[in-house]
Design a protein around this ligand. Structure first.
Ligand SMILES: NC(=O)c1ccc[n+]([C@@H]2O[C@H](COP(=O)([O-])OP(=O)(O)OC[C@H]3O[C@@H](n4cnc5c(N)ncnc54)[C@H](OP(=O)(O)O)[C@@H]3O)[C@@H](O)[C@H]2O)c1
Length: 245
């Protein structure tokens, strides 16, 4: 089996590629140059996993181009890396994924949609920087609930849906094993946490996300990930023990 990974050279794409390789699948990581000739980039693959770059200005167009090219060259299987709670009108980059999900479902391809919560790994640079001061600083509330998830678990689940039967037509919300706040993550690293103003020029969509996180966090269920992995998703403490060193 050969899987083309759009966004394969990014943070998520590299993790997905490693998980697929571990499952014995040949991968074709693709970056922005693939858009020069998408049909050629996808030709010969059995499946394509679609990851858009962070805060893409027009994710539906990005996804539509990949779906059209996949159809053209006969790649019949597609999985799409969406996000937890895609239909949130207050967060434009989530809304772009909600629109893209609709296109994936109507593509005529054999599809699976994955909706991960925020990765625990997002906080690693700030946690490392916080060690000298003892306090983790983020520009949103530190006590709202998230289903923070291990990126490696998300990648492993992606490999499962692409290599095992029974996942066509499925949409899976991918949260970690428990709802946690940023303060909980900081405590697991032996730190306190504080909300601070965002620094510098903040992309308006990122600010919209901070505002939403302030009020609601991003709670996400962990049961589908447990089912896909056949084990408990990795806890925040275990991700930090593995990755924070
Ligand atoms: N971080 C999280 O917690 C989280 C949670 C859920 C979902 N997500 C979603 O995961 C996705 C990927 O996140 P990530 O952190 O892995 O992203 P990333 O590291 O920024 O991904 C970059 C990838 O996108 C490609 N790319 C960049 N600009 C492009 C363009 N204009 N046209 C085409 N391709 C372009 C890059 O190719 P080159 O190598 O050629 O530059 C690279 O392969 C995002 O859609 C994000 O919303 C993230």
């Amino acid at each position: 089996m050969k899987v083309a990974i759009l966004g394969g050279s990014g943070k998520t794409g590299r993790a997905v590629g490693a998980a697929l390789a571990q499952a014995g699948v040949a991968t074709r990581p693709l970056g922005r140059a693939a858009f020069d000739d998408l049909p050629a980039a996808l030709a010969g693959a059995d499946a394509v996993h679609v990851i858009a770059p962070n805060l893409h200005a027009d994710e539906p167009s990005y996804v539509a181009a990949v779906l059209a090219a996949a159809s053209e060259v006969g790649v019949g299987r597609v999985s799409y890396h969406s996000v937890a709670s895609p239909y949130v009108p207050a967060m434009p980059h989530h809304l772009g994924k909600a629109v893209s999900e609709d296109m994936v479902r109507r593509s005529g391809l054999a599809w699976t949609i994955l909706q991960p919560c925020a990765y625990v790994q997002n906080l690693l640079p700030a946690l490392r920087a916080a060690r000298s001061v003892g306090e983790l600083s983020v520009p949103y509330a530190v006590d709202t609930p998230f289903g923070m998830v291990d990126l490696q678990d998300v990648a492993a689940a992606t490999a499962v849906v692409l290599t095992a039967d029974g996942h066509v037509g499925a949409t899976y919300e991918l949260g970690g094993p428990a709802l946690v706040s940023v303060a909980d993550v900081a405590a697991a690293a032996g730190l306190t946490a504080a909300r601070v103003p965002a620094e510098g020029d903040v992309h308006p969509w990122l600010q919209a996300m901070f505002d939403y996180y302030d009020d609601h966090g991003l709670p996400t269920g962990g049961v589908p990930l447990r089912a896909l992995l056949g084990r408990a998703p990795t806890s925040v403490a275990d991700v930090l023990a593995r990755d924070l060193a």
